[in-house]
Design a protein around this ligand. Structure first.
Ligand code: ADP
Ligand code: MG
Length: 280
């Protein structure tokens, strides 16, 4: 679905590289998490998949990015948006209409989805994003977290083959964040939607994605199954990435020779781990 080969990008006039020789292949139906410290290049990578880079942010572009068989340089953002749904890091930048339901219907209308179908899809997207109550609200009155949910609803209403999301839960509380991930997981399972998501809450992320890509200084430092990535938590901390506390706990217990086995990803799993040790 996504093939990135020897890809290097530097924003015009910045005098440095935002991404440096990236090679990634993502297959249909994968659920991939992207992590890394601030400035690592996560957003640039997301914007390279939907063509915003280089179409809206020009710069030095080397190598190739191909998405659903389309080369992102040769294809317009509109052509790419038929395949790739996007949730930008700043939801403000994405909202174009005055009312929530119009916002979600907007791209469906642009893609000539029949009007009865539009209504159905808007209702479904609102439900899946947990914001049915906001349907008639003015977009100007929404909180940051509500805007994020509207952006998610707009993206999933199109039922794209690929969804790229850049920190879509940064302004949501734990329950709201969990709901977004459960929705993504459902879309991933039901429609084999390919999902690439940047997320700071690694513990939450690790419960849903099967693979994690770690970026540092514009380069990929690890690209591994989630369990393997968590095992490298020492390295993650060095890179300025917050490691889930349950993983740190398992590492400490492992160092003391008290525990061996997989790392927990939830508090419940951590409890089971600790009980196992105590009861031994
Ligand atoms: P992240 O999302 O991981 O925080 P970004 O992709 O936003 O990282 O940024 C990667 C690098 O590119 C940083 O050094 C950042 O300063 C630079 N950068 C990001 N956006 C722009 C821009 N519009 N113009 C110039 N440099 C940029
Ligand atoms: Mg970013």
């Amino acid at each position: 679905m996504i093939q990135i080969s020897n890809y290097t990008f530097g924003y015009e006039g910045s005098g440095k590289l935002a991404l440096d020789n990236i090679n990634v292949q993502i297959n249909r139906g994968e659920f991939v998490g992207v992590i890394g410290a601030s400035g690592a290049g996560k957003s640039t990578l997301m914007m390279s998949i939907n063509g915003i880079v280089p179409h809206y942010y020009p710069g030095d572009f080397y190598g190739s990015v191909s998405v659903a068989g389309l080369d992102t340089v040769d294809s317009s953002c509109v052509a790419l948006s038929r395949h790739v749904g996007t949730v930008l890091q700043d939801p403000e930048a994405q909202i174009v209409t005055s009312f929530v339901e119009d916002e979600i219907a907007f791209s469906l209308e642009n893609f000539n989805v029949p009007s009865e179908e539009i209504d159905k899809r808007v209702t479904e997207a609102l439900e899946l994003s947990g914001i049915s109550k906001l349907r008639k609200k003015s977009t100007a009155q929404l909180s940051g977290g509500q805007k994020q949910r509207v952006a998610v609803a707009s993206a999933i209403a199109l039922r794209p083959e690929i969804l790229v999301l850049d920190e879509p839960t940064s302004e949501l509380d734990p329950l709201g964040s969990q709901l977004i991930f459960e929705t993504l997981s459902l879309l991933n399972r039901e429609y084999e939607m390919t999902i690439v998501i940047v997320e700071q809450k690694i513990m939450l992320l690790s419960q849903f994605c099967s693979r994690m890509i770690t970026l540092a200084n514009g380069q990929i430092v690890t690209d591994l199954p989630t369990a393997e990535t968590l095992k490298q938590s020492g390295r993650l901390i060095e890179m300025g990435i917050n490691c889930p506390r349950v993983v740190s706990l398992a590492r400490e217990l492992e160092k003391e020779g008290l525990y061996e086995g997989g790392y927990p990803r939830t508090v419940l799993q951590a409890e089971k781990m600790v009980r196992g040790i105590v009861e031994k």
